[in-house]
Design a protein around this ligand. Structure first.
Ligand SMILES: Cc1ncc(COP(=O)(O)O)c(C=O)c1O
Length: 374
């Protein structure tokens, strides 16, 4: 009775089983996979939201909210669409741009949910490798062309990237947009980890292809519980894309009115959140790097932005064995294969946890990275 694409969740992997066992036994866990900003002492109290009695459906989102957002993110309110989450935005964009069996290019290493989001939209995710020079995962247009097929409809780029943290340079962005324009692909630019105070405001006016830029409250203001994200549409074909998206959005109308009304205040409070977040990330990043001892064969990838640190470790023992040994030592980290690193062995560590959690985990993490835990 069920469709093939809405398959069951599948069985838990060895790491999830070991973690669940540890927690069920009441053993402590220093969780360096924690990326929920509401669980790490960075949140401030929220004012209660006002619930208006009357409801006026506006498929692109309340105009007042789009204006407030436009002022904050430097985008055109008429070209903004609100939705409940960035994941929802992806699902709508895949539906807008691709028919069943068409393909979208997604970066590897990258955020694993893209594959599920594409498949649910009956679109095939086709990975392209980011180009690793030993320090940074960059964008190489030739690798895009190699991964593409006649069924490619869109390119997904993430900046700052998850998990590797690099920001696209202007040269990389324009080169990718040129490839998109030449092949008639749309560009979906996921900027959920963009920090406007550090990275400036986006300027998309000059890209030569249809471009969708995505952001949301969950990462930029640390408010995943409020469920509000946005898409800015620009480039050739933007007006028609927006009209079609409006129709799509009208079918669901997922954004609640109280959060749209509260948006100006929430965006303002976001500045303070990002201040606390920046301090946390740079403090934890420095502590992690300081745990490396000269001569050890592991490396913390230089970090440009984002919430994660990527540790390159020797290929033996394998990532999963290292993560299991770390779990036994009471520390949870993610293996690189969750993110499809094309080469090498990697551990991915969240820099979001409270400093005392990270500090308590550092010695075990170092021993796990040099294989002294077994
Ligand atoms: C790169 C990237 N894009 C999108 C999302 C989803 O964000 P949202 O909470 O807005 O659905 C995440 C969540 O971690 C992410 O890492």
């Amino acid at each position: 009775v069920f469709s093939a694409r809405a398959g069951p969740r599948g069985s838990l992997n060895a790491l999830a089983v070991a973690r669940a066992r540890r927690l069920a036994a009441g053993l402590p866990l220093l969780d360096l996979t924690q990326t929920n900003p509401t669980q790490v002492g960075l949140s401030a109290p929220l004012a209660p939201l006002t619930v208006p009695e009357a409801y006026t459906p506006e498929p692109l989102g309340a105009w007042s909210a789009r204006e407030a957002l436009a002022a904050h993110v430097g985008l055109d309110p008429a070209r903004l669409l609100l939705c409940a989450s960035t994941s929802e935005a992806f699902s709508w964009l895949f539906t807008l741009l691709a028919d069943a069996g068409d393909e979208v290019l997604v970066p590897h290493p990258g955020y694993p949910l893209f594959d599920d989001l594409a498949r649910l939209a009956q679109v095939t995710p086709r990975p392209f490798a980011l180009d690793f020079d030993g320090q940074r995962f960059g964008l190489e247009p030739e690798l895009l062309r190699r991964a593409a097929t006649p069924r490619t409809r869109a390119l997904v780029l993430v900046s700052p990237a998850n998990p590797t943290g690099q920001r696209l340079t202007e040269v990389e962005l324009h080169a990718a947009a040129e490839v998109c324009a030449r092949h008639g692909w749309a560009l979906i630019l996921d900027e959920v980890f963009r920090d406007p105070e550090l990275h400036g405001l986006p300027s998309r006016a000059s890209l030569p292809c249809l471009t969708f830029t995505l952001g949301g409250l969950s990462k930029s203001c640390g408010l995943p519980q409020l469920k509000l994200s946005w898409v800015s549409v620009s480039g050739p074909g933007a007006a028609e894309a927006l009209e079609r998206l409006e129709h799509l959005a009208d079918t669901f109308l997922p954004v609640n009115t109280p959060v749209m009304h509260a948006l100006p205040g929430l965006l303002e409070a976001g500045r303070d959140f990002r201040g606390r977040l920046r301090a946390r990330l740079s403090r934890n990043d420095a502590a992690l790097r300081a745990s490396w001892r000269p001569g050890e064969a592991w490396q913390v990838l230089p970090r440009e932005a984002g919430w994660l640190a990527c540790l390159r470790v020797p290929e033996q023992p394998q990532e999963e064995a290292r993560c299991l040994a770390l779990l036994d030592a009471g520390v949870a980290v993610q293996p690189g294969y969750f993110f499809d690193f094309p080469r090498g062995a990697w551990l991915v560590v969240s820099l979001l946890p409270e400093p005392q959690v990270l500090d308590a985990a550092l010695e075990a993490l170092r021993r796990g990275a040099v294989d002294e835990l077994r």
